[in-house]
Design a protein around this ligand. Structure first.
Ligand code: ZN
Length: 472
């Protein structure tokens, strides 16, 4: 029987929950977090990999939707690219143990159904290929009408595909039917993940706070009600967690990759690989570089008008320490820096982002360190959770897998670096002394160019809230 249903609505902003009557109802009847955050960078597949493993992007080795690995540009939305990455990494796509594997070790099963990219669906349970649960993506793949792992599930579904649903977002209707008619009765997962990719597409094309985005929110809310009602008809005691991978901003500028690359000193142009990631850019070294060379590259990037907060190691003034993003593993991969694009307009409005994909201009985006991109909704509703409780405590993606371990009564593996969200659970509440401590990190390039990063600390964890760069 499904004990936990995790629903991820791609790109749903915390502030948009109020436009969704069902999700609002779910939040009122359960626990909601005012200060929940994405991983950094605030991008889809880094979040998926961290939800799959409970480890930060520096440890999963998925710091972007697109990344550079051993001379290959990997689009993590594509299963074939991920299989290449898996082979480059000696047979493991994500180095840390995953929730899917942990559940399988204890005779439980994780099944993921995703309407986002098939790569995103695979990243949520990469051990499915080896029979640790299953993943089912709704997009065509190879010669099939959809993507599925393991092979036994692919063959079973190829024989009797549910009819495509009608109306807007038919894949989401299809996914709900698939979950109710096939996944729950036949695969009997203990933990079920539904990833909805529709809103992200709509908001990239149309931006946020407009009629098209609002219509999409209403439609997804109706679909969520149908899904959760139908799952609870079959499994009334299911605990439900609803969250997002990242927030969203409206984009006002497009920074072309060629323009970015032209900033790199000519003598270093061949050894630097810039990888665009929407509101952020990853900077890789194609070969081992001297400290002086790295500093010259970072200095050139930081001087650009489009460059916002920059996370990197080194002595260049104005850099933020790499924290959890660029761990030792990332350094071994050649990742030098994560650059958030600037996101303030002249009025200081933080809901304005830049988008970088050359050729394809987006109206909306994410991937920056702005609070708008970093902040996500987190709603927990079900028999294990408190009711009518809104908490100011911080939480992020890394806390969700350990909390699912607690809900399924399994130990939390040491590789998961988040905490159990005990303040959300019944019985017993976190005592009042456990208040988060705020911390600011200030990095000055010069007196007129100051980057400030905001953190909260709670129960041994550091939560990155946002970072701003102000130039006067
Ligand atoms: Zn996303």
């Amino acid at each position: 029987m499904v004990s936990t249903l995790l629903v991820v609505v791609d790109g749903l902003r915390a502030t948009d929950v109020r436009k969704m009557p069902f999700l609002t109802e779910l939040a009122r009847g359960g626990v909601s977090y005012r200060q929940a955050r994405s991983v950094t960078p605030s991008l889809t597949r880094p979040a998926a990999a961290s939800l799959a493993s409970g480890a930060p992007p520096g440890v999963t080795g998925i710091p972007g939707n697109r990344l550079w690995a051993d001379g290959h540009l990997i689009d993590t939305g594509r299963p074939d690219h991920l299989e290449l990455l898996r082979s480059l990494r000696g047979g493991r796509l994500l180095p840390p143990p995953t929730l899917g594997e942990h559940l399988a070790d204890h005779g439980r099963e994780l099944v993921v159904v995703g309407t986002g990219s098939n790569g995103c669906t695979l990243l949520l349970n990469p051990g499915a290929a080896d029979g640790h649960g299953a993943v089912i993506g709704t997009h065509p793949y190879d010669h099939d009408a959809f993507y599925a792992q393991p092979e036994s599930v692919r063959r079973r579904l190829a024989g009797s595909l549910p009819q495509a649903a009608d109306g807007p977002f038919p894949e989401l209707g299809w996914a709900t039917d698939l979950i109710v008619d096939y996944v729950i009765p036949e695969l009997a997962p203990d933990v079920l993940v539904l990833w909805s990719g529709e809103l992200d597409d709509v908001q990239h094309d149309n931006g946020v706070d407009g009629p098209v985005g609002d219509d999409a929110l209403s439609e997804i809310d109706r679909r969520l009600r149908r899904l959760i009602d139908r799952v609870r008809e079959q499994a009334p005691h299911t605990d439900v967690i609803v969250t997002a991978d990242h927030g969203f901003s409206n984009a006002t500028h497009t920074v072309d990759m060629a323009e970015m690359a032209s900033l790199i000193p000519p003598s270093l142009a061949d050894v630097v690989q810039l990888v665009d990631n929407n509101g952020g850019v990853l900077v890789y070294a194609r070969q081992r570089l001297r400290t002086q060379q790295v500093d010259a590259i970072l200095d050139a990037i930081m001087s650009a008008e489009w460059s916002g907060p920059v996370f990197a190691g080194g002595d260049v003034p104005g850099l933020l320490p790499p924290a959890e993003l660029c761990s030792a593993r990332s350094a071994a991969d050649g990742l030098l820096a994560y650059v958030s694009l600037t996101y303030h307009d002249r009025l200081g409005n933080p809901r304005i982002g830049h988008s970088v994909r050359d050729g394809a201009r987006y109206t909306g985006g994410h991937g920056s360190t702005s609070a708008a991109d970093m902040r996500i909704p987190l709603v927990l509703n079900g028999p294990s959770f408190r009711t009518a409780h809104e908490t100011p405590l911080p939480a992020d993606h890394l806390d969700i897998p350990p909390t699912i371990c607690r809900l399924t009564r399994l130990p939390v593996p040491p590789s998961m670096s988040g905490r159990i969200l005990s303040e959300a659970l019944l019985p017993g509440h976190r005592d009042a002394s456990a208040l988060p401590k705020a911390r600011r990190v200030v990095a000055e390039r010069d007196a007129a160019d100051v980057t400030t990063a905001h953190f909260q600390h709670l129960a041994g964890r550091q939560y990155f809230l946002s970072a701003d760069r102000h130039r006067s």
